[in-house]
Design a protein around this ligand. Sequence first.
Ligand code: FES
Length: 155
Amino acid sequence: MDYSEKVMDHFTNPRNVGEIPNCSACGTVGNAVCGDIMRIYLDIDDDGVIRDAKFKTFGCGAAIATSSMATTLIKGKTIQQALEVTNKAVMEALDGLPPVKVHCSLLAEEGIHAALWDYAEKKGIKIEGLEKPVSDISEKEHAHNVEIVDDPEDL
Ligand code: FES
């Protein structure tokens, strides 16, 4: 399978891997077909600007590359701007993905939405244009204690 240089770069040298202790929000999404899981952590300031974003992904190389790029793209952005970081925007920033890997970029978009959904719930606010992703497994994950590996290189 042909991957762009950018995909390979973000896969072999992923940015923003890890957790944010005491984060403002975190969301976990999973793809039921391939079984891959992605968790996104956000640190959002009082003005609604995303100060920091990190991720842990138990998944394929494209899922790791897209979470790396997605977290890079939303850092420093407002919540509304982060909603514009769609899977298409992530794919474009990575110079494309093979068609069979498009669903991996969707996981990144949904991971951001799941984390923002968590933020809205914690704050008791409604974020215009945001819907809870169907792949959101945050609650299930807490109930079953799903383990996510720290280092994608362990995969
Ligand atoms: Fe499932 Fe990539 S194969 S996220």
